[in-house]
Design a binder for this molecule. Sequence first.
Ligand code: NAI
Ligand code: MG
Length: 363
Amino acid sequence: MKTLKIAVIPGDGIGPEVISEGMKILNRIAELDSGFQFEFNEFPWGCEYYSKHGVMMDENGMDKLKEFNAIYLGAVGYPGVPDHISLWDLLLKIRKDFDQYVNIRPIRLLEAAPCPLKDISREDVNMLFIRENSEGEYAGAGDWLFKGQENEVVLQNGVFSRKGTERIIRYAFETARKEGKTLTSISKGNALNYSMVFWDQVFEEVSREYQDVETASYLVDAAAMLMIKDPKRFEVVVTSNLFGDILTDLGAAIAGGIGLAAGANINPERKYPSMFEPIHGSAPDIAGQGIANPLAAIWSASQMMDFFGYENYGENILQAIEKVLLDGKVLTSDMGGTATTEQVGNHVVNYLEEILNAQKTKS
Ligand code: NAI
Ligand code: MG
C-alpha cells in the first residue's frame, strides 16, 4: 500500500481548527481506498512557537519538511508578532526554499455558493489562476536609505528573470492545453515599462510553441473590471506575484467568499514538497470559538488529491462541498448559518461517503 506523507503545519488562530477538518476528509478517503494511506506529522510552528522560541520554525525545519510528499498549512500570523516576520520566516520561506514557483487558485463558483454578481450564471465563474510565486514584485529586493531623515528613500524592486518568467508562462500554457481552455495573460506593460514589457514579450514568445492554445492579454486594471463585468472571459489565467495576489482575492469574493478560497503552492518538478492551504488568514477575531468555516481548508485538501493524481477524489470532495452548500442547513456563520467548524466538517464527510458509495454500487 502506498503511504503519502503529509507535514501538517496547523499554524495560528483558526488554522488548527480548519486543518483538522481537512485531515478528517483525507483520512476518510484513505480508509475507503485500499490503495493508499496518509501519514500525518504535525509541526507546532507559528506565532505561539515564535513567542516561546524566538523563531517561527525549527532551525533545521526545512530539512525536516523535505522528507514529505506534501505540506498542509492552516494559517500563520497573530497579533504580537509583526506580520512581515510571520510571513517571511515561515510561509514565504517554504514557498521560496522549496521553489514552489506556481501558485494555483481555482476561482470556481460552486452550486449554491454565494455570489455578489448580478445576472451571472454559475458556469461563467470558472477560472484557474496561475500566479508567479517566486519572484516578481515579492522578490524582497530593495533598500531603505537615509532612514528617518528628510531625504529618506525606499526602493522595492520587481525582479523578473527570464527563467522565472518563462517557466510560469510555460506551466500555464501546458495547463491550458491539457484542459482545452483559453489562456489569458494579465500584465501592465503601459506603466511598468521594463518588467511588464518583458513579461508580455515572453508570453508572446512562448505562445508560438502553443499555437493550439487560444490566448488573450489584458492590463491588470482592465482585468479587474472584466472579472466582475464579464467573468466568463477568463479560463486559465497567468499573472505576476502581486497582481495574482490581489486578483485572486477579488476572485474569492465573486466565487463564494473567503470561507471557500483555496490555494496550492506547487513545485512542478516535484523535487520538493508542494504546499496546500486555505487562502484566508488566522482570523484572530473568531479564533478559539470553533466557528471558522473549514470549507476553504477542505477545498485545499481537494487540490492535494489532484496533485497526487487522484483527480476523481479531488472532484468528489468538491461535489460534497457543493451538497453541503445546496442543503444549506449546516453552515458556519460567515455563510449565514449557525453550525460549528466540526459540524460542517462532519457534514462534508457524510456527503462524501454518500458520493463514494454511490460510485461503488455503480461500478
Ligand atoms: P483573515 O483572513 O484572517 O480574516 C479576515 C476576515 O475574514 C476576518 O473577519 C475573519 O474572521 C474572516 N475569516 C477568515 N477566514 C475565515 C473562515 N475560515 N471562516 C470564517 N471567517 C473567516 O485576514 P486578516 O484579518 O487580514 O489577517 C489575520 C492574520 O492572518 C494576520 O496576522 C495576517 O498576517 C495573517 N494572514 C495569514 C495568511 C496565511 O497564512 N496564508 C493569509 C492572510 C493573512
Ligand atoms: Mg493574499
